[in-house]
Design a protein around this ligand. Structure first.
Ligand code: EPZ
Length: 429
């Protein structure tokens, strides 16, 4: 199995191009199921999760073609993908596929809206928590779907089509908001989603759906209005920059020290992480190229953080922030409020010399002067990149194993970091 080897202690200097967002690309690709015309997506990152979703969508009848790179385009630039679901050949999403990636459950919304039926495997638990699907089921039922659960499958039917309604989520959910919003675009009449997720990825999907002919207002606020239309058409849309990737490299630069520009990153989508970085002692400038982050000579201040839905501090940056705080001057408290089991990086960071104790959903991190490189194991996508960040700052060699987790969500990770002087390489086999 591949591993990543890092020799730490080298400050990062240079520029990192930020890729298209994985968590926007996935729902955008799923939106291709809503129309028989072609949806062309630009800036799609080359990631294992994206590839897996191409396979899952192919099973439903989505034909995908990749358009070539233009001359002079940066070699790390994302791909342009044309996706056409001229006919849905299968409304069933089997366990073997859905269990590999939770977001594939979201096909239930478009399949139900376009075909009047969908049979989708329950995604099952995952490393970061139980992650149920009750909000999806209640939301689609509110739009008139009949839903049964049998033998691990959600069987959804709406023979006469979906009908708009008021859907109020008991708690903010990104996936349930994406799914109900997609389904409602083809329902009869108006749907109002209350307590909707406000993440930039929701806005990106809504903007793409609008380009496809949907009538949506209020995206990016807790109340989204969708006026159903009889059909959607093809469109061209560019995936927004990945705020989690940008935040990750910002924490890496703050921890290892140096001067890094995150090209194309949107500071607007990273307000809370930028606030925390500044409080920790990093200098941040927003330029027309992106975000510049510097930390030269100063220590890292200990800062507290709680995860929260957008615009709060993202759970997808919690592990990376914790890595930074392991070198803070003092004690930091980090509380995870979204997922109940998202602390698996704690014991691996401890192998590098970090001092972290857990009490329920709060981690108390006592900063240490130096981390020491060690062999560590990736446990999930964001946890594994926190080990890379810590390894970049640690003295000596760190080897991260099980890096297939990293390949799910970080495009060209080693290339991007080594361009900035990091000593990082992949060991295959
Ligand atoms: C999305 O997951 C992201 N995934 C996650 O990113 C991210 O951590 C999460 O949102 C929170 O920001 C993608 O966008 C592909 P949720 P999602 O529904 O939609 C509970 C990464 O590393 N809930 O917003 O699955 C749920 O258990 C990933 O890139 C229910 O109880 O998350 C959680 O506690 C991992 N019932 C909370 O809501 C439901 O029916 C928020 O989860 C649905 C959710």
């Amino acid at each position: 199995m591949d591993r990543i080897k890092i020799t730490g202690g080298v400050p990062l200097e240079g520029a990192i191009p930020i890729s298209g967002a994985k968590n926007a690309a996935l729902p955008l690709m799923i939106a291709s199921l809503l129309t028989d015309e072609t949806l062309t997506l630009q800036n799609v990152p080359r990631l294992a999760d994206v590839q897996r979703l191409f396979d899952i969508l192919a099973n439903h009848g989505v034909d995908t073609s990749f358009q070539g790179k233009r001359n002079g385009q940066d070699s790390l630039a994302g791909q342009t993908v044309a996706m056409t679901a001229s006919a849905i050949v299968d409304t069933r999403a089997p366990y073997e596929l859905v269990s590999k990636m939770r977001a594939s459950f979201w096909v239930i919304g478009p399949l139900l809206a376009r075909m009047g039926e969908a049979v989708v495997s329950l995604p099952g638990g995952c490393a970061i928590g139980t992650r149920p699907v009750d909000f999806f089921i209640d939301g689609l039922r509110a739009l008139g779907a009949e839903i049964d659960i049998d033998a691990g499958y959600v069987i959804a039917r709406a023979k006469n089509g979906l009908v708009g309604n008021r859907v109020r989520f008991p708690r903010i959910s990104v996936g349930a908001t994406h799914t109900v919003m997609m389904a409602a675009t083809l329902a009869q009449g108006e749907t109002v989603i209350e307590n909707a997720a406000c993440e930039p990825e929701i806005v990106d999907l809504a903007d793409c759906l609008i380009a496809m002919g949907a009538k949506i207002e209020g995206q990016g606020t807790p109340t989204i209005h969708i006026q159903g239309v009889p059909r959607l058409h093809g469109a061209r849309h560019t995936v927004l920059p990945d705020r989690i990737e940008a935040g990750t490299y910002a924490f890496a630069a703050a921890m290892a020290g140096g001067d890094v520009t995150l090209e194309g990153a949107s500071a607007l989508h990273l307000e809370r992480p930028i606030e925390l970085l500044r409080a920790a002692g990093a200098e941040i400038d927003v330029t027309n190229r992106g975000i510049r982050i510097r930390r030269n000579g100063h220590g890292i201040e200990a800062v507290d953080a709680d995860t929260a839905p957008y615009p709060g501090f993202p759970t997808d940056l919690q592990a990376q922030f914790m890595a930074l705080m392991t070198s803070g001057k003092g004690t930091s408290h980090i509380t995870e409020t979204i997922f109940e089991n998202r602390f698996m990086h704690v014991q691996e960071l401890a192998r590098l010399g970090a001092r972290i104790s857990l009490n329920g959903q709060t981690a108390t991190v006592e900063g240490v002067k130096h981390l020491r490189g060690a062999p560590v194991m990736a446990t999930d996508l964001r946890a594994s990149v926190s080990l890379v960040i810590a390894g970049l700052a640690a003295e000596g060699d760190t080897e991260v194993s099980r890096i297939y987790h990293l390949d799910r969500g970080f495009e060209h990770l080693e290339q991007k970091l080594s361009r900035c002087g990091a000593q990082i390489s992949r060991i295959t086999g």
